[in-house]
Each structure stands twice: as C-alpha cells, then as structure tokens.
Write a protein that binds this ligand. Structure first.
Ligand SMILES: *Cc1c(COP(=O)(O)O)cnc(C)c1O
Length: 365
C-alpha cells in the first residue's frame, strides 16, 4: 500500500461487495432464482469479479464483450453472459470465449450459428422479450416463439438457453407481477412446445428484487441480472422502499483533496449566461458562505449531484471538468487546504470513476 495516497482516489472495499453479493445470492436462491452478477458498473475490475464468483453468482455478466473475453483468457471458469445484443464484429470471439448472450435478431443468431460451426463450438442464447420498457427485445410474442422454435429445431450449435426481459432502463417501467407474468407465461408456452424446461427465465435486474422479496414474482422467473444492489445498495432503500439487513452502502468511496477554501457569495456576480458545458443552471442566493474547491471533476464522475458527502454539514453545490465545489459552512470539522473529503455515490459516478484512468483505485480486503 502507498505511504502517501494520490488523489482523487476511489476506495473499494471488496469484502463489503462480497457480503452484499452473498446476501443477494442467498435471498434469491431461497426463492428459486439464480443471480447473474453484472460487472459493467465497475469496469469489470478483476478482484471484484472474484468476489461475485466467490459469493455464488451463477453467471458473470457484462455489456462489454472485451471484458468477458479478457476474464475468460485469465481463467474465469464461471459461465459468462453478454448482456448487450452482440454486434456483428463481436460474433467470432463471442462464440470462442463467451458462453451465453442476450439476442433478439434472426440475422445475428444465424451469424452466431455459422461462427460456432467454424469454431466447432456451441453458444447459448437468451431471447429477449420487450414487455414495455422499449429497449431491446422481440415485441411480438409470436415472433419470439418462432425464433425460439427455429433455434430449437434448426440450429445445431446455437442452444436455446432461455428468455429474458429488461425493465426500468429506457422506459423506466416498473417490474410487476403482470408484465413479468407475461414473460413467465411465454416461457411456459415455449417449454410446452420444446418439451423441456428453459434453463434461464430472466426477469430483469436490481429493480425486480423488491417484487421477489415481497413474494410477488411470477413463479416461472428463475434468474435476475443484478449489479447495483450488490455494489451500492442505494436503489432498493432509496427508490423502492426495500431494506435488506446486513447490506453495505459504502463499498465505493471517492476521496478528493481540498485545493482552496474561501468565503464567497453563493450567487454569481455579473450577467449570467452559460456554464462550462453550455447549460444555464439556476443559483440560489444564500448570502456569503464558506466553500471549498476539490481537485476532482466531471471528467471523473460526470454527475456531481449523484455524489453523497459522507460527513454532515457538507453539501455538493457544483462542478466543472476538473473541479468540484462544496459548501462547508456547516461542517463540523475545521477544514483546511489539503484535507480530504469523502463521498458515497449512486450508480453513474461509480461507472465513470471505475473506468477513469485519472482516478487511483485503492482496494480494501
Ligand atoms: C446493466 C444491466 C443489468 C443490471 O442492472 P442493475 O440495475 O445494475 O442491476 C441487467 N440487465 C441488463 C440487460 C443490463 O444492461
């Protein structure tokens, strides 16, 4: 470990992530649901992936094929799942290094079949069905059925592993027993036609957990693809009124250093036009306040309003590419230049901070 920490720094506690993953995996297993651990939110950092595996995730899932390929080459044994529909150029490596992918296009599935034939291998496909969120997936249940039967009866290398849906992404649609019931009943229809049970019926991500915990998940759903709940555990308590005991919210902590402290007016002086990004923010006049400038910026976290100061009396008030401004008027600590301020975060800063080369990562085990 470094004697002197270099800031900005993202401190990641892998043990807390393991605990969170273990709790989610166990609570879901009790209800017959397996977990695909989604690693895209933390840029697939290896030592976190290891915790997902150790905690019993059935699959390791990412939207980035490169990451899954790299992990497999490094010896990942857990089943891998590509959760963005494959691009044509990805297919050759997809069938060689990745076990399962989400799909919704006939042409892509044909190309996967061909690539598998070339490489003498097999690949599992989870067909996506769109129940209303309007991102990926077949919209017409008949077409989904035709594609499923086509794979089952005509493809010798592509395996029909299951079906799935996605919710709460583009359309912000809530998972319910009705919309997931449609997926479950489609799975039932397919099972009846193919004479076996689909291995995976995947009913969404973190936002489907409340339904499961309330005992309202339609019985056919046997898999969820979860990232946020394991990593940050913010959405469930803050948005879905769902508390799970023993879960940590501080596995990721941003630490940034103070480079200026001044008393300044809270309302800008002069004719207001646009900020550094061409936006026209509004400012509240709260008089002269003590504020600090931190050496970290939008380039690192993008959205300052998703950062959560860990100590009382500190408020995030704004940011530009390389600076974060905080109000410290009510800070309990007597802050000075060089002091370090800590932040918890929700999903988007984690996503950006993990993949920023400017932010040092420090792991706690
Ligand atoms: C990102 C993603 C997930 C995981 O979402 P969380 O909210 O992090 O649980 C699941 N499925 C798909 C298709 C995704 O892209």
């Amino acid at each position: 470990m470094d004697k002197i920490d270099k800031y900005p720094l993202l401190q990641i506690n892998t043990n807390k992530i393991y605990e969170n993953a273990r709790i989610i995996v166990e609570k879901c297993r009790e209800k017959g649901v397996s977990i695909s651990g989604v690693i895209k939110g933390f840029n697939g950092i290896n030592c976190i992936v290891e915790e997902f595996v150790r905690a019993g995730c059935a699959q390791i899932a990412s939207s980035r094929s490169e990451k899954l390929i790299e992990l497999r080459k490094q010896g990942l044994e857990t089943t891998s799942m590509l959760i963005r529909l494959p691009m044509e150029r990805e297919i050759d490596e997809l069938v060689r290094y990745i076990d399962i992918s989400l799909n919704s296009e006939w042409k892509t599935i044909e190309l996967i079949e061909e690539a598998c034939r070339r490489h003498k291998t097999q690949h599992g496909v989870v067909l996506m069905f769109d129940v209303g969120d309007l991102r990926e997936g077949f919209f017409n249940p008949k077409e989904l059925m035709e594609q499923a039967l086509y794979i089952e009866n005509n493809c010798s290398h592509v395996k029909l592993t299951g079906i799935g849906t996605n919710l709460g992404c583009y359309g912000s649609v809530k998972p319910t027993s009705e919309n997931l019931g449609r997926l479950s009943s489609l799975a039932g229809d397919i099972n009846a036609r193919i004479g076996r049970k689909l291995e995976i019926v995947s009913g969404g991500g973190t936002t489907s957990l409340p339904l499961l915990f309330q005992g309202k998940m339609p019985s056919g759903i046997n898999n969820l693809r979860v990232g946020e709940a394991i990593l940050l555990n913010r959405d469930l308590p803050d948005l879905w009124n769902t508390q799970v005991s023993g879960m940590y919210q501080d596995a990721f902590i941003l630490k940034a250093q103070i480079i200026e402290i001044k008393d300044k007016p809270s309302y800008p002086i002069g004719e207001l036009y646009v900020d550094a990004f061409g936006n026209k923010p509004t400012y509240q006049d709260r008089g002269v306040r003590r504020r600090a400038l931190l050496a970290v910026g939008k380039q690192d976290f993008v959205e300052h309003d998703k950062l959560i100061p860990s100590e009382e009396g500190i408020e995030v008030i704004g940011s530009s590419s390389d600076h974060l401004i905080i109000d410290i008027e009510n800070s309990k600590r007597k802050l000075k230049v060089g002091d370090v301020i800590e932040f918890y975060m929700s999903y988007s800063p984690m996503l950006y901070l993990c993949s920023s080369e400017w932010v040092k990562k420090k792991y706690q085990f």
